[in-house]
Ligand binder design. Structure first.
Ligand code: ATP
Ligand code: MG
Length: 344
């Protein structure tokens, strides 16, 4: 009885699920984790080993195994993925039973899946520019100088453009992997966000207006001081401004607004562009996520910009929010903690 109580306490606090069966296949002990993982009421005396784990191995086979042998199997319970280990144990009276250990590997499977998807995405993104570079270079080599100079020039420009695109992808991926590894260095200083916003605004104005988009800026008169990595914050503002420009047809408008609330400073970029469907909004910060792959790629987008922006803002204890309506436009807001005690 004493041993049993000791075991029961150990079982209760284990994160793995444990079920012990008698040699006849009846449940003799289990812990709450096992019930939760398997989604079964194990107090139900009708439930036998073969009904629970028979799909992995029948009772008789497990009982016949050697003392140090284990059978490993997998089970699914709804959206949960489980790894199961089955091993026999011998009792004093030779009448032993089976011990089943259940691991919940749902998270692990999910992250394996994400990693696979990520690698597939990277390969896919690089394959197109590589193929283009190769075929244009090949044509140039094969033509041995016989092509009209304009055509040659055009081909060389394609090669340059595709090389730039690959460089951008690789740089973005390196940045993300540094964020993931916690290796990204930030140079944190107090600075005036108005200055950064105006800088980005000025740098982008000509280009945006060239696309037939009206650009506006709205600034409060007070200083809006924050503490952060100025270059990286500017990189984020450039990214959301570039998105607004990319996804707004000519004739539309883009507005940059700065605003101070009690503890935060908000930079908001509003556009009157194509908007983002509601079901895509939750995924918009995922790596390589694009609403319309073809359209974004044609614009030079890889779907990494917002995921990098998200990492940068997170490191500043800030927030980035998106509101959007298809056909009406999008507003992206970056909220950063306001630097206390700074001038008004
Ligand atoms: P990158 O920024 O890496 O060059 P990208 O612009 O395609 O590529 P993100 O900035 O991460 O990638 O944006 C992801 C997707 O979100 C875009 O492909 C686009 O579909 C959508 N999106 C982002 N901003 C807007 C916007 N202002 N209006 C409409 N759609 C947008
Ligand atoms: Mg972008």
């Amino acid at each position: 009885e004493n041993e049993r109580n000791k075991l029961a306490t150990v079982f209760l606090h284990m994160t793995d699920g444990i079920v012990a069966f008698s040699g006849e296949g009846a449940v003799i002990q289990f812990n709450p984790a096992a019930e939760r993982f398997l989604g079964l009421k194990l107090t139900d005396t009708e439930l036998r080993f073969d009904e629970i784990f028979g799909d992995i191995a029948p009772l008789s086979r497990v009982l016949d195994m050697g003392q140090d042998e284990v059978i490993e199997g997998e089970k699914e319970n709804g959206s949960r993925s489980l790894d199961v280990f089955l091993a026999p144990f011998r009792g004093e009276s030779a009448q032993g039973g089976i011990l089943a250990v259940v691991h919940d590997v749902t998270e692990q499977r999910r992250s394996d899946e994400m990693r696979r998807e990520f690698v597939a995405n990277v390969s896919h993104e690089l394959r197109t520019p590589i193929t283009n570079v190769r075929s244009y270079a090949e044509t140039l080599v094969d033509s041995a100088g016989d092509l009209p100079p304009e055509t040659e020039q055009r081909f060389l420009n394609v090669i340059l453009g595709e090389s730039d695109r690959m460089t951008k992808i690789v740089q973005d991926l390196l940045a993300l992997s540094r964020f993931d590894a916690g290796e990204m260095q930030f140079t944190m200083v107090p600075f005036d966000l108005t200055e950064s916003a105006v800088k980005v605004y000025e740098a982008m104005r000509l280009d945006v207006e060239k696309h037939g988009i009206d650009l506006h800026i709205s600034l409060p008169t007070e200083q809006l001081r924050v503490y952060g990595d100025q270059a990286r914050i500017e990189q984020v503002i450039i990214n959301i401004m570039t998105n607004a420009e990319r996804y707004t047809p000519s004739g539309g408008s883009v507005t940059m607004e700065l605003e101070r609330s009690k503890d935060t400073i908000i930079v908001r970029v509003r556009d009157t562009g194509i908007g983002i469907p509601e079901e895509d909004i939750p995924h918009i910060f995922d790596r390589f996520y694009r609403v319309d792959k073809a359209r974004s790629r044609a614009m030079g987008g890889t779907g990494l910009g917002l995921s990098i922006a998200y990492e940068i803002i997170k490191r500043h204890n800030g927030e980035i929010r998106i509101e959007s309506k298809v056909g009406e436009g999008t507003a992206v807001s970056i909220c950063l903690p306001r630097l206390e005690g700074a001038g008004t």
